[in-house]
Design a protein around this ligand. Structure first.
Ligand code: WTA
Length: 635
């Protein structure tokens, strides 16, 4: 029996038991048998959740691109590594073989070197879903530069914050991007961001929409001519297992976004291992994850996990409703997709449309479905199961986070039985637990608690870039010797986990994590606003939508409310991006506060959820009189 590929329930339990009893032996065997190392490790694992400090495969040397590309050339050089499906149905898909990928990555790596980028330098990648995005991520890894991909839907100001936080010297972008019927001036957003990023020396620009854009002399260069001149051989930089591979920003409940830093060896092993098992990928399969590479799902399960397994992975530039709501299913049919991985928000949006969009297409190639990003509700689960999987494709409801680097809790298709809305059982090596109000583990089954983990796993983020203290405070301070996820969960009678959602002030809107603090800061920048608070409320498609409570300054009290609402959302779009816009904005004379001056969000949530009878005790408030006003004016 190989621990690398679990094929039935008995194997799952055997492998899981082994992984818990002998974690070092377990991961060492997998690392040794399935990956290419230039030098073996001296030590499989050392860890200390107090500091916190976690090291996997210490002393080992490798380059992740040798694992994702070079080692496949002999046996599957002509196999398609990446299928790129463009936004427009009239444009042809690209099939990039492992050979092509090797050449493209090496050329790009040489271009980066030519611009003075070296091991350890941070490279900001602000690109749409075009092949250059995957290629540039791998090119960074080839030369040991640390990539920081910023989702190309973020605003100039959000981009600037992320560029400055990790001191990127260079930005990779394109002249624009397509999204359905729209085209977006990405380079213009970069230009605006760079007004406040003095450290950026170079901008490399890929051509995508062939627009006529201004280029800043000495700073901006077209990518294409540089690639043309570059050699297609680039020696991989030999990295330590614990050298940083990438930084990826995620929202916290307060303050700046957190630059989660992932390292090389452990991340590779874990992303590859979980990809193989959660999707049951087989050599000839074609796998498609609809996420953007700007999120962790794209990093681990479009790029690194699939390529480390020699898989064929699809990258889609467009959106689910262009040219119509049948686009996803047209792509499944066209490329004969076997494994399909998407988000509940997309499923809910698709389920609202006419079933003919599904039924017009042959989906018989599908074998496994995946879901990620937020809890999947019962209705969406069944629609996905009935109409897409035709009741024969197991649904992997995968729970994990930017911080965890890879999938932590998920069914293993054809091995562990699925249960609607349950992420089910932990991956091998993962030891979840639920924490109670008393700060201790809740024992037994059929219980609720906060989801934490007792033992390290290879892909966990090692720190927050530039702020180790915050890393400790956010994840290791609530419970001594545990990693705390920030999510609540329940465990059913057989030990299956169901995630109930965030327990902090992070709100997940259409699968995007949004911190309330940065949005409130953006609102407060409006000159008519004195103070604000936002909370989430249930939304049919987005899962959650945002509800803002805003106190106006005296001088704005007489202004038109709808106009103010538009201006506030415009501020948010500028500061963060359109994904953070508020669905509802209620103007109020005050916000419920505790005596220490903290906003009682619990009360605002009751108003937003339209459950005022669940308000509970409001007597400890500094200003209880404001509650009735807020309820009376609820939207
Ligand atoms: C939520 C995405 C329920 C959760 C990979 C987590 C989920 C946050 C699921 C991380 C799921 C993700 N069921 N909730 N299957 N998957 N979440 O960092 O609240 O973008 O903490 O990583 O999404 O979001 P992130």
């Amino acid at each position: 029996m190989s621990s690398y590929h679990i094929k039935n329930l008995e194997e799952y339990f055997q492998v899981y038991r082994k992984s818990i009893r002998y974690p070092e032996v377990f991961w060492e065997e997998i690392a040794e048998e399935h990956f290419l190392w230039r030098k073996k490790w001296d030590n499989v694992l050392s860890w200390d959740f107090q500091k916190p400090e976690i090291k996997w495969f210490e002393g080992a040397k490798l380059n992740i691109t040798e694992n994702c590309i070079d080692r496949h050339l002999g046996i599957r050089g002509d196999k398609t590594a990446i299928i790129w499906e463009p936004n427009d149905t009239n444009e042809k898909a690209q099939h990039i073989s492992y050979h092509d990928l090797y050449e493209r990555v090496n050329k790009f790596a040489n271009v980066l070197k030519g611009q003075g980028i070296r091991k350890g330098d941070r490279v900001c990648i602000y690109l749409p879903m075009i092949p250059e995005l995957a290629v540039s991520v791998l090119a960074c890894a080839r030369i040991g530069a640390i990539h920081s991909v910023v989702f190309a839907g973020f605003s100039a100001s959000a981009l600037a914050t992320r560029i400055n936080d990790c001191d990127c010297k260079i930005v990779l972008t394109s002249d624009g991007s397509y999204r359905g019927k729209k085209s977006i001036d990405l380079k213009g957003i970069v230009d605006e961001a760079l007004e406040t990023c003095p450290g950026v020396e170079t901008v490399l620009v890929a051509k995508r929409i062939n627009s006529d854009i201004p280029m800043v002399d000495g700073r901006d260069k077209w990518l294409e001519p540089l690639l043309k001149k570059a050699s297609s051989e680039c020696e991989p930089e030999i990295m330590d297992a614990e050298d940083p591979l990438f930084i990826l920003y995620t929202s916290g409940s307060t303050g700046m976004p957190k630059g989660m830093m992932h390292t090389t060896g452990g991340y590779m092993v874990y992303a590859a291992y979980t990809f193989k098992n959660v999707f049951q990928y087989k050599e000839e399969d074609v796998y498609w994850c609809t996420a953007d590479i700007g999120w962790i799902t794209g990093h681990s399960y479009i790029v690194y996990g699939p390529l480390a397994n020699g898989a064929t992975t699809v990258m889609f530039e467009g959106v689910p409703n262009y040219p119509d709501w049948g686009r996803f299913w047209e792509i499944v049919e066209k490329h004969k997709i076997n494994q399909f991985y998407t988000a509940p928000t997309a499923i809910r949006a698709l389920a609202k449309e006419d079933l003919k969009y599904v039924e017009d297409h042959d989906l018989s190639s599908l074998t496994v479905l995946g879901s990620v990003g937020e809890p999947i509700n019962e209705e969406a689960w069944h629609w996905y199961n009935d109409h897409i999987g035709k009741k024969v494709c197991p649904i992997s409801d995968t729970w994990w986070q930017t911080e965890t680097g890879g999938i932590m809790i998920s069914p293993i298709p054809f091995s562990t039985p699925t249960k609607p809305t349950y992420a089910s059982l932990p991956m091998p090596g993962i030891v979840p637990c639920l924490m109670g109000k008393d700060g201790k583990e809740v024992q037994g089954n059929q219980v609720l608690g906060r989801l934490a983990f007792k033992f390290p796993w290879p892909a966990m983020a090692r720190t927050i870039w530039g702020n180790h203290k915050r890393y400790k405070e956010t994840y290791f301070a609530d419970y001594d010797n545990y990693y705390f996820s920030g999510d609540g969960a329940m465990r059913d009678e057989v030990g299956y986990y169901r995630i109930t959602g965030r327990v902090d002030d992070v709100i997940i809107v259409s699968g995007h994590n949004l911190g309330s603090a940065p949005i409130e800061n953006a609102i407060n920048e409006h000159q008519g606003v004195a103070e604000s608070a936002i909370v989430g409320f249930p939304h049919d498609i987005k899962g959650n939508a945002l509800y803002g409570f805003v106190i106006l300054k005296d001088e704005a009290l007489d202004r038109d409310h709808d106009e103010l609402r538009r201006e506030i959302n415009q501020k948010i779009t500028e500061r963060i991006g359109p994904i953070a816009k508020l669905d509802k904005i209620q103007f109020t004379s005050g916000l419920p506060k505790t005596r220490s001056g903290k906003i009682m969000r619990r009360i605002l949530r009751c108003v937003a959820h339209n459950t005022p009878d669940e308000l509970g005790d409001t007597s400890t408030l500094l200003n209880p009189e404001v509650v009735q006003e807020i309820i009376d004016n609820a939207l």
